[in-house]
Structures are given as structure tokens and as C-alpha cells.
Design a protein around this ligand. Structure first.
Ligand code: NDP
Length: 312
């Protein structure tokens, strides 16, 4: 164990929570190392303009916001590494952390800020057409659907935002909503309802996709399970999932208490988990707010909690 790199605090994840934690820790002169994961900058790098993060009167591009946060942490002296954490042995102190590639390091404390990943419906056709018309990121893949017809699944803010974004590229956008209402904020609902290129299909579920050369259409069912149930098809070139996210906690191997949806449970009013020395911040521990500003605040709280824990 003596040859392993050691840090006082290992931060896992490079979203607003992880970067903010790093900023606070280095400013408290606590040695920390941030492991950036597969998607450097996290979910916000996949969105377009962010209008609700304070400090940017004209809004800011998601990628740019995350790049600023990263740069701020680096300028203050935070250490970052690319790579994935594949496991943490929490039965010993310091914790032994394993990275992809097998390298191991030790840490006195850990802040889990691994965020969440897009959910899929679980249809075999989503796998069949992966990369051939199925996507969970309009910002990444929308470009390929210029002047084409696409569908977005979901009724939340993400689905509405993606439908709106795609409507500026595609010739038509279906928004497939399983209930008879949208869950999105009033402002987003209005934007979608006023957009002539978007057709909302309420009470509708997707049962499959079809096409010989990638996605050419979707099999849908309206009023599923009722006597009004009706099957119909729509012709589409792209199928976008926007039905929420799953917290990234698998690598914890069941050592941390999770709620029934898989989010990390926090003990009391701080960011401590049930394992002493392990803290959590951001979407991985937030089934409710799931906002960048809340994640950033969580990172700040976790850094302060780590400082207090180390002082004790
Ligand atoms: P949400 O959980 O808010 O919405 C998910 C949507 O997908 C719901 O309409 C849900 O339907 C639907 N859905 C879930 N599972 C299925 C399924 N199996 N089949 C069909 N539909 C399904 O997730 P979002 O990603 O939209 O938003 C997450 C959080 O992030 C929210 O708090 C949101 O406000 C926030 N956000 C804020 C933004 C902003 O302010 N600019 C932008 C994007 C997100 P149902 O309603 O029936 O459950």
C-alpha cells in the first residue's frame, strides 16, 4: 500500500458538484484529487444554453459553463485525472480505490459526485437501432436529423427542451408523452405547445421501432390498457429518449445505503453517507431537485463536511 498515491479527499465525478467541491477543498488547503469519469464536465456538457444558472445574464452554453468551473478549480490548484473509479474498498482506512486499468490509490475521505445517466425504455429495438436512429442526447446527435422527422419520448423539462432544440433542425418533432399532461415547468410547456413544428402525442407509449436501414418509424399505442386502446405507427428518422436519469452508483458495490430508486441516502442534514468518511453531492444523491445550481451547492457542502470530518 505504501507505493500507492494517497490523497486526503478523492472526488469522483466532474459535474458541478465535483468541481465545486474541488474549488472549496483547495481553498481550504486540503489535498484532493478529482477523477473526471467518462464524460468530462458531466451532463451539462450535453445541453444547449443554460438560462437558470445565476451570474450569466444572457445564459451560457452548458459546455462552456463546465469548462469555466473546471478551469477555476485548476487555476486554484486542484488536481484532476481522467479515468473511471471501478471500486472502493470501504472496509479499511484509508479507503483503497481502484481505477479502470487496475491502478489503485488510497484516500482518507471520498466525495461521490458521479451524477446520473439517461434512462432507456428497455425495448429490444433501442439496442437494435443504437447509433442508427436511437439517441438519448439531442444536442449530441440532433445535427444528423436536419430536415428530417424525429420523436422525443418524455414529458419533463428535458423532453420539452430536447423537442424544442430539435425543432430548429428537424422538419417535424413528435413528443410522445405517456400521461395526458406534461410534467415540465410552465415556461417549457408553453414553449413546446406554441411551437408549430412539435406535435404532442398524449397518452401514448412506444412499443417498438421499425426500419430496414436504421429507424424508419415507431409502433405506438394510445390509451394502453383501456377499452380505447389503439395501435398506430409514425414515420420517423430519429428516436430520442428523455425519460429521466439513473444515479451512477453501481461501482459502490452495495457498500453505501441507497434509496429505492438507487440514489445515495444522506444521513441527517449534511452530505455524509452511512459510511464514515464517504460523502455524496449532486444528482447521485438528489432525487428531487436535480439542478446544476443545487449540485454545485452540494459540492460546496460536501467539501465543508470533509474539512470538518478531517479536523475531527
Ligand atoms: P423527469 O423525471 O422530470 O421527467 C421524466 C419524464 O419521462 C416524465 O414525463 C415521465 O412520465 C417520462 N417517463 C419516465 N419513464 C417513462 C417511460 N418508461 N415511458 C414513457 N415515459 C416515461 O426527468 P427530466 O430529465 O425531464 O428532468 C429531471 C429534472 O431536471 C427535473 O427536476 C427537471 O425539472 C430538471 N430539468 C431542468 C431543466 C431546466 O430548468 N432548464 C432542463 C432539464 C431538466 P411521467 O410524468 O408519466 O412520470
Amino acid at each position: 500500500m505504501t507505493d500507492m498515491q494517497h490523497t486526503k479527499c478523492l472526488i469522483i465525478g466532474s459535474g458541478p458538484a465535483g468541481y465545486t467541491a474541488a474549488i472549496y477543498l483547495v481553498r481550504s488547503a486540503i489535498d484532493c484529487l478529482l477523477i473526471e469519469g467518462l464524460q468530462v464536465g458531466g451532463q451539462l456538457t450535453q445541453t444547449t444554453t443554460i438560462e437558470n444558472f445565476p451570474g450569466f445574464p444572457e445564459g451560457i452554453d452548458g459546455f462552456q459553463l463546465m469548462d469555466h468551473m473546471r478551469q477555476q478549480a485548476v487555476n486554484l490548484g486542484a488536481k484532476m485525472r481522467s479515468g473511471l473509479v471501478t471500486g472502493i474498498d470501504m472496509s479499511q482506512r484509508p479507503f483503497v480505490v481502484t481505477l479502470d486499468g487496475g491502478e489503485q490509490m488510497t484516500a482518507d475521505t471520498v466525495i461521490v459526485a458521479t451524477g446520473a445517466t439517461a434512462k432507456y425504455l428497455g425495448l429490444p429495438d433501442e439496442t437494435k437501432y443504437a447509433g442508427q436512429g436511437v439517441s438519448a442526447c439531442a444536442t449530441c446527435d440532433g445535427f444528423f436529423y436536419r430536415k428530417k422527422v424525429v420523436a422525443v419520448v418524455g414529458g419533463g423539462d428535458t423532453a420539452c427542451e430536447e423537442a424544442d432544440y430539435l425543432s430548429h433542425l428537424a422538419s417535424k418533432v413528435y413528443l410522445i408523452v405517456r400521461k395526458d399532461y406534461l410534467r415540465a415547468s410552465e415556461a417549457m410547456q408553453q414553449r413546446v405547445k406554441e411551437n408549430e413544428k412539435i406535435e404532442i402525442l398524449f397518452n401514448t407509449n412506444t412499443v417498438g421501432l421499425f426500419g430496414d436501414n436504421g429507424v424508419e418509424g415507431a409502433h405506438l399505442v394510445r390509451f394502453k390498457g383501456t377499452d380505447q386502446e389503439e395501435m398506430f405507427d409514425i414515420a420517423i428518422d430519429g428516436f430520442f429518449l428523455a425519460i429521466g436519469h439513473r444515479p451512477n452508483t453501481e461501482f459502490l458495490g452495495g457498500q453505501i445505503d441507497l434509496d429505492e430508486q438507487g440514489y445515495i441516502k444522506l444521513e441527517g442534514h449534511n452530505t455524509a453517507t452511512n459510511v464514515e468518511g464517504v460523502f455524496a453531492a449532486g444528482d447521485v444523491a438528489d432525487p428531487h431537485y436535480r439542478q446544476a445550481i443545487v449540485a454545485a451547492a452540494g459540492g460546496c457542502r460536501a467539501a465543508i463536511d470533509v474539512k470538518e470530518y478531517l479536523n475531527r
